[in-house]
Design a protein around this ligand. Structure first.
Ligand code: ADP
Ligand code: MG
Length: 193
């Protein structure tokens, strides 16, 4: 049966305990997203956006509630299965990109180098993706040899290379100006085909 929602989260709660202080970052949060849908989560700083994205991206676990991605209840996966599931189904673009500094752009994107599964034609696919994101010319540059915008596009390519079922982008705008940051959705659209 085809699932109507690629992402379904229900009753998500997450409380942080720091010393004696409790911060209820998420209280019974629900979200449903259909395949192919673009959704923006908007809220002021500290409202729990990053917390929610980390949970939906399986990088953190909720105290309560369920996350289903493509019909799979994440809570039912064991650690090893979860890592595999994450590699194969989830693309994550961090706010600060988190490129590995000593790797070239190409190495940062290549799943084989990142010790993910090697797939045939990855080289071709990677070049196509780099070409559509206009980063072919920085292929051999390491992080310190790339502008913010170039690093951002490398981070986007890395998130998309495995054709994940869902892609999360947590304000991946670094210190870029507003004009550049508005293009993230457009770049995901063009290169995610
Ligand atoms: P946003 O991304 O919308 O700015 P966050 O999800 O980062 O919001 O934070 C939500 C709330 O949880 C904030 O009050 C923040 O201070 C708190 N918080 C986030 N991460 C942690 C953490 N690791 N430990 C303690 N408190 C945290
Ligand atoms: Mg945030």
């Amino acid at each position: 049966m085809k699932m109507e929602y690629i992402l379904k989260a229900e009753g998500i709660c997450r409380t942080y305990h720091t010393g004696t202080v409790e911060v209820h970052a998420l209280k019974k949060c629900n979200i449903n997203i259909k395949k192919g849908e673009f959704t923006a989560i908007v809220g002021k700083s500290g409202s729990g956006k990053s917390t929610l994205l980390r949970i939906l991206g399986t990088l953190d676990k909720p105290d309560e509630g369920n996350v289903c991605i493509d019909g799979i209840n994440i809570a039912e996966l064991k650690d090893k299965q979860l890592s595999k599931f994450r590699r194969e189904n989830i693309g994550y673009i961090y706010q600060d990109y988190r490129l590995i500094p000593e790797y070239t752009a190409y190495e940062n994107i290549d799943p084989a180098i990142n010790s993910w599964t090697t797939k045939t034609l990855m080289g071709t696919k990677l070049r196509e993706l780099m070409s559509s994101l206009q980063i072919e010319y920085v292929m051999k540059n390491i992080r310190s040899e790339m502008s913010g915008g170039e690093q951002q596009r490398v981070a986007i390519a890395r998130a998309l290379i495995n054709h994940p079922a869902v892609v999360y982008a947590d304000e991946p705008t670094g210190n870029l100006d507003a004009g550049s940051s508005e293009n993230v959705a457009a770049m995901l659209d063009i290169s995610g085909k």
